[in-house]
Design a protein around this ligand. Structure first.
Ligand code: AMP
Length: 461
């Protein structure tokens, strides 16, 4: 899970990239980086930590030029270390280039092994570096042709931005797993970002999403678009972006994230009612739109029973279990006056390991709730994501080995209800669920590599 942003044709490229990354901070908080180009030289700054702490005025001044790309990282492949921070940046025989990647390449290990056997030296554990090596080794005549040759060997999820001395390139994989949107500023600068929220912040107009499988090259203010890859048998836009990951004010895959989340809550109220409850509360922030939808459809009043501290990051994102445990208490506190003596419906977007929900239910009861009915605005998360969302292995996913009743017992809820897969499809207006990837809920992986159970078993082990 990562966020990417790129701009070309603007005198304040790195400053705007800083702002864009700020708007995408929810997509990753481990490290951030910007690489700029002044037309001749690429300059990079990458650091562990948050965008606002890293990019001080002197750091941004050290990144001159009319073009820049940036990245916020939350590790899926490769550990949480500076060497894996992006954008990656190299000099090769053809010049310099930099790359920022959101997604996950499922055949990276095989490609890396084969490149290493031919003498390639890898500097990071990031799957993205495989693309750089493939590109640098290509015998094709142009940078674009080298890139296309490299990406044809790659399977999985990639929304990628590349910066050379004189070009900004954006590519989206043929399944369209991860989002990527093109925008334009009044002054004519082109912008590409993971989510529309980044364009809104810098007052860029949304032009359109990149098509799955599309390659866009922007050079000297001119944009060229092409479709150089074999189309995927079907689209695989990530449904979990709508459920949890994207920011609610973004328009993603053509639909408002906020409206989808509200519809998820409405559908949940129809499928999993809690008729005796006195009030509906959300687990903030991600559960808020669905809780409002649940309240509107059920007629049960919505109130604020949990307050979120905005001075801690997303707890789940901390890679160590010990920090995560501590984090839930730091992050949420219960409002006693709202909860005391009440039968409460609490809406959250998903249960992964179950540790957060268990703490929340206990917190609500300790604050005086007489009963707690947990409602989840997505189906049980049963399968790991190999396409760029950081879900743990199957053994850690509570719904992979426990029934809904068992999970309710574990989290100490008086009742537990999940949204159905059909309900989820209806909320994203894809009732047949054939334009979205639902692998985390259904186990139906879309790439050829993971279409075999043996691949999944190996990766899930
Ligand atoms: P858990 O305690 O493991 O069950 O975590 C569940 C919480 O983590 C839910 O409140 C979700 O909002 C959030 N969550 C779900 N998936 C992810 C993810 N991939 N990354 C970060 N947070 C997540």
């Amino acid at each position: 899970m990562c966020g990417i942003f790129g701009i070309t044709g603007h005198g304040e490229a790195s400053n705007l990239t800083y702002l864009g990354l700020h708007a995408l901070q929810h997509r990753g908080q481990e490290s951030a980086g910007i690489v700029s180009s002044d037309g001749h030289i690429l300059r990079a700054h990458r650091q562990m930590g948050l965008v606002a702490d890293i990019f001080t005025a002197p750091v941004i001044e050290g990144l001159p030029g009319d073009a820049a790309i940036g990245h916020v990282r939350y590790s899926t492949a490769g550990g949480s270390q500076l060497k894996n921070a992006q954008p990656l940046f190299v000099a090769y025989a053809g010049g310099q280039f930099s790359i920022a990647h959101n997604g996950n390449i499922v055949n990276a290990a095989e490609l890396k092994a084969s490149l290493e056997s031919e003498g390639a030296l890898f500097q990071s554990d990031a799957d993205t570096e495989v693309v750089m090596h493939l590109l640098a080794r290509s015998k094709q005549p142009t940078f674009e042709a080298k890139l296309v040759e490299a990406l044809r060997k790659v399977e999985g999820a990639y929304s990628i931005l590349l910066l050379t001395e004189d070009k900004l390139i954006a590519v989206r994989d043929p399944h369209g797993f991860r989002p990527l949107v093109l925008g334009k500023m009044k002054e004519g600068a082109y912008v590409v970002a993971s989510e529309t929220t980044a364009l809104d912040l810098i007052e860029a107009e949304v032009v359109r999403e990149l098509e799955p499988g599309e390659l866009v090259v922007i050079e000297n203010g001119v944009l060229r678009a092409s479709m150089p890859f074999k189309p995927a048998p079907r689209l695989g836009r990530c449904i979990f972006e709508h459920v949890y990951f994207a920011k609610p004010d973004s328009v993603l895959f053509g639909t408002s994230v906020y409206e989808v989340r509200k519809r998820l809550g409405m559908q949940l109220a129809r499928e999993q009612p809690a008729p005796d409850a006195d009030l509906v509360i959300a687990v903030p922030d991600s559960g808020v739109p669905a809780a409002i939808g649940f309240s509107q459809t059920s007629g049960i009043p919505y109130d604020v029973g949990l307050i979120r501290s905005h001075y801690v990051g997303r707890t789940f994102i901390e890679p160590q279990q010990s920090i995560r445990h501590f984090g839930v208490k730091l992050k949420l506190s219960a409002v006693r006056s709202v909860l005391k003596g009440k039968r409460v419906v609490v809406v959250d977007d998903s249960i992964v390991r179950g540790t957060t929900s268990r703490k929340i239910v206990k917190m609500l009861k300790a604050a005086g709730a007489v009963s707690v009915h947990l409602r989840i605005s997505s189906p049980p998360t049963q399968w790991p994501c190999y396409y760029g969302i950081d879900t743990p292995s199957r053994t850690e996913l509570i719904a992979a080995s426990h029934s809904t009743e068992e999970i309710a017992k574990y989290v100490t809820a008086d009742s537990l209800g999940y949204l159905s897969l059909e309900g989820l499809g209806a909320a994203v207006e894809d009732p047949k669920r054939n334009t979205y990837c639902t692998a985390c809920f259904s186990g139906q992986y879309l790439t050829e590599k993971l279409s075999r159970d043996s691949d999944v078993a190996k990766l899930s082990a």
